[in-house]
Design a protein around this ligand. Structure first.
Ligand code: FES
Length: 571
C-alpha cells in the first residue's frame, strides 16, 4: 500500500532553501535527519504552568506521552499554550477560555503537525483546548491530568466543596481562623485538580464520555502511576490515529454529545458543563441546544455518590471502577455504537467494566437520587432559559415563592450582604445582576453567593439565589444560574426590582417574576443601552463578540472551524 504523505511533509519534506530552513533550526535540538522523513509529527499541547497548580505536573506527564509517541514511531514536539489557573486568574478564568481556544487553534494550524495530544486539567483548560482543536480538526486526543488525592482534616475527608461550608462557618462563628488555616494545609495533598465532581472532573468525564480520550481517563488520580501509563498509551494511540485519520469530527457526532449529557447527569457533573459542551458542539458543527440538556438528562438517575451532590471523591470513583463502570450502569440509555479514540465503540470499552463499590457507584435500579443532571428553566425572568442542578439543591426549595432582594452587581452585593438592616428573610430570593458574559465581563462563578450574615446566625443554610453568572462546579445550593438574556442585554432580568415576587418551580421547569409584561416593558423603556466600557485590548474584543450563556459563551466569529490548511506560504 502506498504510504500516506503526511501534512508535516509540507514543511519537512521540502527540498532547497525552504526545507533547509524548516529542518535546520529543528536540528539545533539534536534531532537526527531521519526523524523528518515522513514520520507522524505529534504536537503535545501543554497547559503546564506554575500559575496553574492543577496542571503543574504536566511537564513530567508530557514525558510519558512522548515516550508513547516515540515507541509508536512518531516525532513528539511539545508546545505551550496559555494556561488558566482557576484559583489565581482575575477577574475570572472564563474571560480567557475563548482566548486560549484561539491560541490552541492557531498554534496547531500554523505548525508542521499531523496530530495533537491535548493536556487538560484545571477547569477551563479542557474546553479551551478541545474547542481550539475542533476548529482545526486534525487527529487529536485528550489526556487529563487527574484529580488530587482526597484531603484529610480532623479525621475526615475534605475537598473543594468544603470551602463553601468553611466560609459560612467562619461567618456564623462555627469555625475559627486557626482551624481554617489547618484545613487549608490539609486540602490539597497532591498534584492534580480539584478532587470533587467539580468542573475539572466533569470536563475529564466529558472527554471520556464523548470518546475523545482513552477509556479510564477521567478518574485515575494525578498521583497514581497509572496516570503516567495512560499518558504513554495516549502517546502511542495518537500516532495510530494519524495513520487512520481519526479526527475529532469523526468521533464528535450528535450521539456522542447525547452520551456526554447523560454521563454528566449520572455523575452529578458541573453546571459549567452546559456552556462548555454547547461551545464545543458549535465548533464541530453539531446542532445542540440548551433544551437538549433537559431532554437527555431526563430519566438519568444520579448513580455516582460524589461531592458536591453526594459524599465521595474522585479517588473513590477510580477505586470503584471509574467512568467505564458508571457508563455500564446507564448503558441502556447510551448510544453504545459510538466510535471512540481507541478505535473501539463505547460498548467495547465498557462491557467488561466492573463496579467494585456500590456505595460510590449505585446500581441504576437503586440510585442515590432519582433526579440528576441539569434542569432548564423557562419563564418571563429568563426568556432564553436558565439552569439549576437539582442534585445539589434543597428539596424543600424546589418549589418556592419569595420576594426579590436585588443586588445590581457584585460590588453592591458585597457592600450590603452583611448589613444587619438588609431587608431579607429566609423566604426571600437573592437576585444578583450583571455577572453575565458581557456585564461582568466573563461570567464569574459567583452565582452561589453567600447568604446574608444575619440569616446564617439564625441557622439558615440555603435560600433561592438567581443570577446571570455561573457557579463553581464544586458549589451547591438552590441556585439558578446562566439567566439568558443577561442583565446587560436589557431583558426582563435587567428590570426585576426589590420586592417583586419570584416563583420557582423546578418540577414544572418555570422561573417567573410576578409582574405584568407591560410594567416590565415600561421599566425597560428607561434603561440605557449597554455600552462596551473597554476601549482596547482583549476585554474589548470579548464584550464585542461574546454570545449568551444559552448558546455557550463562545465568540460569534469562532463558531465552526477553518480546517488545517494554511492559507498562504511566505517561504
Ligand atoms: Fe483547578 Fe479546581 S482549581 S480544578
Amino acid at each position: 500500500m502506498k504510504e500516506k504523505i503526511l501534512r508535516s511533509q509540507q514543511w519537512f519534506g521540502k527540498k532547497g532553501k525552504d526545507g533547509f530552513i524548516y529542518r535546520a533550526w529543528m536540528k539545533n535540538q539534536g534531532i537526527p535527519a531521519d526523524e523528518f522523513q515522513n514520520k507522524p509529527v505529534i504536537g503535545i499541547c501543554n497547559t503546564w504552568s506554575e500559575l496553574t497548580p492543577c496542571n503543574a505536573h504536566f511537564r513530567e506527564l508530557a514525558e510519558s506521552v512522548k515516550r508513547g509517541i516515540i515507541e509508536a514511531g512518531g516525532l513528539p514536539l511539545e508546545f505551550p499554550v496559555m494556561s488558566l489557573g482557576e484559583t489565581l486568574i482575575k477577574p475570572t478564568a472564563m474571560l480567557y477560555r475563548n482566548l486560549v481556544s484561539m491560541d490552541v487553534e492557531e498554534s496547531i494550524r500554523a505548525n508542521p503537525l499531523d496530530g495533537v495530544v491535548l493536556m487538560c486539567g484545571c477547569d477551563k483548560t479542557t474546553p479551551a483546548l478541545v474547542m481550539g482543536a475542533c476548529s482545526v480538526d486534525l487527529p487529536a486526543i485528550v489526556i487529563s491530568g487527574g484529580a488530587m488525592l482526597t484531603g484529610k482534616y480532623e479525621g475526615r475527608d475534605i475537598g473543594t466543596s468544603d470551602i463553601w461550608r468553611f466560609s459560612e462557618n467562619i461567618r456564623s462563628g462555627l469555625m475559627t481562623e486557626d482551624e481554617l488555616n489547618v484545613a487549608e494545609a490539609a486540602m490539597c495533598r497532591s498534584r492534580g485538580h480539584c478532587a470533587v465532581m467539580g468542573t475539572a472532573s466533569s470536563m475529564a468525564c466529558m472527554v471520556e464520555s464523548l470518546g475523545i480520550s482513552l477509556p479510564g481517563n477521567a478518574a485515575i488520580p494525578a498521583a497514581d502511576s497509572n496516570r503516567k501509563v495512560l499518558a504513554q498509551l495516549t502517546g502511542r494511540r495518537i500516532v495510530e490515529m494519524v495513520k487512520e485519520n481519526v479526527t475529532f469530527s469523526s468521533i464528535l457526532t450528535r450521539q456522542a454529545f447525547e452520551n456526554a449529557i447523560k454521563v454528566n447527569a449520572a455523575v452529578g457533573g458541573s453546571t459549567n458543563f452546559v456552556i462548555h459542551l454547547l461551545a464545543i458542539a458549535g465548533r464541530v458543527g453539531v446542532p445542540l441546544t440548551l433544551d437538549d440538556f433537559d431532554k437527555y438528562s431526563n430519566g438519568i438517575p444520579l448513580v455516582a455518590n460524589l461531592q458536591p451532590s453526594g459524599k465521595y471523591f474522585m479517588e473513590d470513583l477510580y477505586y470503584a471502577g471509574g467512568i467505564p463502570a458508571v457508563m455500564k450502569e446507564i448503558m441502556k440509555s447510551l448510544n453504545t455504537e459510538c466510535i471512540t479514540a481507541n478505535g473501539k465503540t463505547i460498548l467495547d470499552n465498557i462491557k467488561d467494566a466492573k463496579n467494585w463499590n456500590k456505595e460510590v457507584i449505585a446500581e441504576v435500579a437503586a440510585p442515590f437520587n432519582k433526579s440528576s443532571g441539569i434542569v432548564v428553566l423557562k419563564g418571563n425572568l429568563c426568556e432564553n432559559g436558565s439552569i439549576i442542578k437539582p442534585s445539589a439543591a434543597s428539596q424543600k426549595l424546589m418549589k418556592h415563592k419569595g420576594k426579590a432582594v436585588v443586588f445590581e452587581n457584585i460590588e453592591d452585593y458585597k457592600a450590603r450582604i452583611n448589613d444587619p438592616l438588609l431587608d431579607v428573610d429566609e423566604n426571600s430570593v437573592l437576585v444578583l445582576k450583571n455577572v453575565g458574559p458581557k456585564g461582568y465581563p466573563g461570567m464569574p462563578e459567583v452565582g452561589n453567593m453567600g447568604l446574608p450574615t444575619k440569616l446564617l446566625l439564625k441557622g439558615v443554610t440555603d435560600m433561592v439565589r438567581i443570577s446571570d453568572g455561573r457557579m463553581s462546579g464544586t458549589g451547591f445550593g438552590t441556585v439558578v444560574l446562566h439567566v439568558s438574556p443577561e442583565a446587560a442585554e436589557n431583558g426582563n432580568f435587567a428590570v426585576v426590582e426589590n420586592g417583586d415576587m419570584i416563583e420557582l418551580d423546578v418540577e414544572k421547569k418555570l422561573l417567573n417574576v410576578v409582574v405584568d409584561q407591560a410594567e416590565l416593558d415600561r421599566r425597560k423603556s428607561v434603561l440605557k443601552p449597554f455600552e462596551n466600557s473597554f476601549k482596547r485590548g482583549y476585554a474589548y474584543l470579548f464584550v464585542q463578540h461574546v454570545e449568551q450563556a444559552n448558546v455557550g459563551v463562545d465568540f460569534d466569529f469562532l463558531k465552526g472551524g477553518s480546517g488545517s490548511e494554511v492559507s498562504r506560504d511566505s517561504h
